[in-house]
Design a protein around this ligand. Structure first.
Ligand code: HEM
Length: 413
């Protein structure tokens, strides 16, 4: 695979709609943090306004972008056609409605809205997961490692939906549910998003950096360590294991992350493309965030240092996944637009290069905003310092604002 598109890829309008919606949600989330971060981060875990903003990010931005990216990348990486492009297109408005209603339901504390939104979001994500699993089962034999990452992560997504649905049902029918909150959050951020992002990075970083010859690195070892390790951590959270046992349970996912980070740096060190563009720099920043998140989360599990639940979620969600998703957006969206507009004309007439479709210097500036946002916000959350929290929101808005501006340029190119 040496391109982001093959004859297997779906119509580019499908991933594009998801990416653009994701960017809009990221900007709205940043504005919400700018206006209310001190209030939101001072609330106890599980407070409704905080959950509204959390799900604006997790469903509106992260899930929306990942769903769009996988509809584009799974057929390309696994060399197989999507089972049903029509089903994929039908899922977009359902996920959008689910995210919007859930955010509105949490924000206004109206459980009826929350149930309607939760039903749409769970339905959209579970149908998407079934679709991706059915598609991935037909993968080409040479894509086995990537296939396993996708299957494991997508199975965790089903669990995210089931747990989310149970948590909402618990609000309505007053069931005891306190222990499911960390289980749902870890399943979503580690089991689903991180495993999928690792699998994607194992394929995409060598491709974008032109650093071939490493094969899949240690991907075949990393996957069982992180997938089974996550399951053990979840069991420990559910059963309330003592801290010393949780510290041991947390070691396999941390080891997997350490090997993954080492592999990503090896891909970048041995690249044949000397220029590191914004997309690749953001991938490097993302891997540093992943290492930091794993270290802080492990210290928390072991009871050695607890900077607060919010700080860990911010490091993982806005730091690791924020930088990675923005970096991949810079790589994938210009390509999709170029492919749609110019692929047929390339070679016969002058067409723009990918890097000419947006302002790379502005992108490099915005990158610093994204690279700083997770750290500044997490530090602000841990220290309870409102001005740091607001500064972190500004950094995020600068990063995503520049990304949105550049995507506008790409669409006009
Ligand atoms: C499938 C749709 C989803 C539903 C119905 C759902 C539902 C919920 C509910 C009800 C809670 C609050 C639990 C409580 O206070 O006891 C919660 C928390 C949380 N959810 Fe979701 N969720 C969904 C998807 C996601 C996704 C895709 C992610 C991440 C990628 C995510 C990340 C989180 C996090 C991090 C928290 C904890 C927030 C905090 O720390 O305050 N959720 N979710």
């Amino acid at each position: 695979m040496n391109s982001l598109a093959t004859r297997h890829a779906p119509d580019v309008a499908l991933p594009l709609a998801h990416f653009l919606t994701g960017v809009a949600a990221a900007l709205l989330g940043g504005l919400a943090l700018l206006a209310w971060a001190p209030r939101l981060l001072a609330q106890p875990v599980g407070a409704f306004p905080t959950l509204a903003v959390t799900h604006l990010f997790t469903l509106g931005w992260l899930a929306m972008t990942i769903v769009g990216a996988t509809y584009q990348m799974v057929p390309v990486v696994l060399e197989v056609q999507l089972r049903s492009e029509r089903l994929a297109r039908a899922g977009y408005p359902v996920l959008l409605a689910g995210a919007a209603l859930m955010v509105a339901g949490f924000w206004t504390a109206r459980v009826a809205l929350l149930i309607a939104g939760g039903a749409c979001a769970v339905a959209a994500l579970v149908v998407y997961a079934g679709h991706i699993i059915a598609t991935a089962l037909g993968a080409h034999p040479r894509a086995r490692v990537a296939q396993r990452f996708i299957l494991a992560a997508t199975a965790y997504l089903v669990l995210v939906g089931v747990l989310g649905g149970l948590l909402i049902a618990a609000f309505r029918w007053n069931l005891v549910h306190a222990d499911l909150l960390p289980v749902h959050a870890v399943t979503a951020l580690l089991g689903w998003a991180t495993i999928l992002a690792m699998g994607a990075a194992y394929r995409l970083t060598p491709m974008f950096a032109l650093s071939h010859g490493h094969g899949d690195g240690a991907a075949a070892l990393v996957l069982p360590l992180v997938a089974v390790g996550t399951l053990v951590v979840l069991l420990g959270l559910l059963l309330g294991w003592p801290r010393a046992v949780m510290a041991v349970a947390g070691l396999p996912p941390c080891a997997a992350i350490a090997v993954f980070v080492r592999d990503q740096w090896a891909f970048l060190r041995t690249r044949r493309r000397p220029h590191l563009d914004t997309g690749l720099r953001l991938t490097m920043a993302a891997t540093l965030y992943l290492a930091a998140t794993a270290a802080v989360a492990w210290l928390g599990l072991a009871g050695l240092w607890r900077p607060g639940h919010g700080a860990v979620v911010i490091l993982g969600l806005l730091g690791w996944l924020g930088c990675l998703v923005a970096g991949q957006t810079y790589k994938i969206v210009p390509f999709l637009v170029w492919y749609r507009r110019y692929a047929a004309r390339a070679g016969r007439e002058k067409v723009p290069l990918l890097r000419e479709m947006y302002d790379e210097r502005l992108a490099a500036l915005g990158m610093w905003g994204l690279a700083a946002a997770g750290l500044v916000l997490a530090a602000g959350a841990a220290a309870g310092t409102p001005w740091l929290q607001r500064l972190g929101a500004v950094c995020w808005l600068v990063g995503y604002g520049v990304l949105a501006w550049n995507l506008g340029q790409v669409l006009r190119a």
